[in-house]
Design a protein around this ligand. Sequence first.
Ligand code: CO
Length: 214
Amino acid sequence: MENSYKKIFTANKEWVAAKNKENPNFFAHLAKEQNPEYLYIGCADSRVHANEIMGLQPGEVFVHRNIANMVVNNDLNVLSVINYAVEYLNVKYIIICGHYNCGGIKAAMQPKDMGILNPWLRNIRDVYRLHEKELDTIPDTNDRYNRLVEINVYEQCLNVIKTAEVQKSYLEKGYPRVAGWVYDINAGILNDLDIDFEKELTRIRKIYDLTKGG
Ligand code: CO
């Protein structure tokens, strides 16, 4: 264990050397500012690494990760990340990225007491209840589980669209747009759920319009 811990610092030195060799200004340039075009909200799962699956370098994507890529309306952590990304970094896209075989989604589908995880999983169980009709038509448990992964991404996109800063920024400046993706962990492929952002924004604003005042 000690060795695998120490290995990290050796690997870091090698990475710095490689980056400097590639581009001697790499760190000096990055240290000045960040100007990412994307905010990525994904699962904390160790197998789903934002930069790597998107082919992006440090500085190119602002990242927030939690269990099952949730946007919970009283979670100051994710809300602060969205606020900062929209109002200060002026990101052009906010991406919710879920993934098949997500342990958080699977746990939410188990009807049992998960202790401190209960309130978090409750948000996913609420998504299930909202889409119960569709999910209950899927006989295969695994297919149902994967469909819940997709539906959860969709609901979290709506939660992003419900925020005042996203609504106001989009109407004033034309960005950010919100997108939902599912990463296929078996093949390494990113699938775009092709959520119709404009349509969802209009629909959401019927009830959650926060563009006035503030
Ligand atoms: Co996950």
